[in-house]
Every structure is written in structure tokens, then in C-alpha cells.
Design a protein around this ligand. Structure first.
Ligand SMILES: C[S@@+](CC[C@H](N)C(=O)[O-])C[C@H]1O[C@@H](n2cnc3c(N)ncnc32)[C@H](O)[C@@H]1O
Length: 219
């Protein structure tokens, strides 16, 4: 247990450097402690999925608040003030961290779809504890089956799934005509070809610290 924690610390140190790691501790790790919620601790793939689901769906690992805010800024650069009339949609919403940030940012509604009962339940407790039930909608289900709303115009993906699951989710999203421009911010965009099948890529960037690659798509 202690060894695992030290390994994680070493990994984070390599990824973010001393300054970045201190910021992470001060913002993301402290957030959980200060509010009595659980968003930060990782949950492995083996604990969440079995069978064919194991191959295409990813573990729970949270976005940092810095990356979430960067994604909102990217969307705002395209949507302007209209962004406040849009819903945020987080595919693979896990413990609800992105939705917490979305509610605080002021989206019309922050919606998340999460496959696992376990993560969905943790998200429910987090949202209740923070009193954000009016601003957040948690959907328990498979993103591949989910049909979004025309208001879901800021779409966030932090490495939730790939292959056929991603293709079906993006096909469903594309099948819904949005109320205005729709922006997708995708971290670790390893399946760029699938996104480009349905949307237009408008940016390819790398965020620091941590070398987080992300793409922005519209459509
Ligand atoms: C890397 S975590 C991202 C969590 C959160 N979006 C964030 O950025 O903090 C990926 C999440 O996607 C969920 N997931 C994987 N496959 C899914 C599917 N088919 N439908 C919905 N959620 C899925 C996992 O259970 C996990 O909670």
C-alpha cells in the first residue's frame, strides 16, 4: 500500500515536476480533503470492468482542475458568452469531478454519463455533499447507447473509452442536431480518426505541466 503510494508520487513528480506537483496537491488533492468528497483516488480497470468491456473502456483516473478549466476556456473561445446557455456533457463522468467544475463554472446544466454503478454512486455522493444537485445530472449507462440532448454543446472526454464504443457514442452525438455550435475537447486523443469521422478538428495542442495532449473539434 505504502509502496503503491510512493510509486504514484514518483510518477506524478516525473510528470509534473516539483512546482506542478505542489499545485496539484494544493488544488486537486486538497479539494477532496477540504470538502469531504472523493474525486482524486484512482480505480483500476480490473476493478471496474470484465470481459470484452475490459479492452475498450478505461480505468477511473480524474482530470485535474487545471485541465478542466483549460477545456472550458477552449470552448469559450469558440462559443463566447453563449457558453452559459449550453450544457456540459462529460462522457465517462466517473466520480463527477468535471461536473463539479462545470456547475461552478455556470453551465446551464452539467451532465455526465457513467457506465459503472460504483463510480456513478460515488459521483452521486459527491454531488449531494457539495449541494450541486440542481446543476448536475448524473446518468448511469453505456455511452455507446446514449443519445445526448441538443443543448449538450460543450463535450468533454478524458480518455474514457475507444474503438467501437467510442465510434457508437460519437455517431449518436453527431445524429443530434445541436442548438448552435458544438465543441468537443478531447484529452489524449488516440482515436483522432474516429472523431474526425464525425467532427472537424480545429486544434491540436499540448498543455503544461504534464504534456497533456488534447484536440478540439467542432460540429
Ligand atoms: C479516465 S476516467 C475520466 C473521469 C472523468 N471524466 C474525469 O475526467 O475526471 C474514464 C471514466 O469513463 C468510464 N467509462 C468507461 N467506459 C464507459 C462507457 N462505455 N460509458 C460510460 N462511461 C464509461 C469509466 O468507468 C471511468 O469512470
Amino acid at each position: 500500500m505504502l509502496r503503491e503510494k510512493l510509486d504514484t508520487l514518483r510518477l506524478l513528480l516525473r510528470k509534473y515536476g516539483v512546482g506542478g506537483l505542489l499545485t496539484l496537491l494544493r488544488t486537486d488533492v486538497w479539494f477532496d480533503y477540504a470538502h469531504g468528497v472523493d474525486t482524486y483516488s484512482e480505480v483500476s480497470k480490473d476493478e471496474l470492468f470484465t470481459g470484452d468491456r475490459h479492452a475498450l473502456q478505461n480505468r477511473y483516473f480524474p482530470s485535474t482542475f487545471a485541465l478542466i478549466e483549460l477545456a472550458f476556456a477552449e470552448a469559450r473561445a469558440i462559443l463566447g458568452d453563449e457558453i452559459r446557455q449550453c450544457n456540459l456533457l462529460d462522457y465517462g463522468s466517473g466520480k463527477g469531478k468535471v461536473l463539479i467544475a462545470g456547475a461552478r463554472y455556470g453551465f446551464a446544466l452539467s451532465r455526465g454519463i457513467e457506465y459503472t454503478e460504483r463510480m456513478h454512486a460515488v459521483a452521486g455522493r459527491n454531488i449531494a455533499k457539495l449541494g450541486l444537485g440542481q446543476q448536475v445530472e448524473l446518468i448511469h449507462g453505456d455511452a455507446a447507447e446514449f443519445v445526448p440532448s441538443p443543448k449538450d454543446r460543450v463535450v468533454y472526454l478524458f480518455n474514457p473509452f475507444e474503438g467501437e464504443v467510442l465510434d457508437r457514442a460519437m455517431r449518436n452525438l453527431r445524429s443530434v442536431t445541436p442548438e448552435g455550435k458544438r465543441v468537443l475537447v478531447v484529452y489524449n486523443p488516440i482515436c483522432d480518426d474516429i472523431f474526425q469521422r464525425y467532427f472537424t478538428r480545429v486544434a491540436e495542442k499540448v498543455a503544461q505541466p504534464g504534456n497533456a495532449r488534447y484536440n478540439v473539434y467542432v460540429g
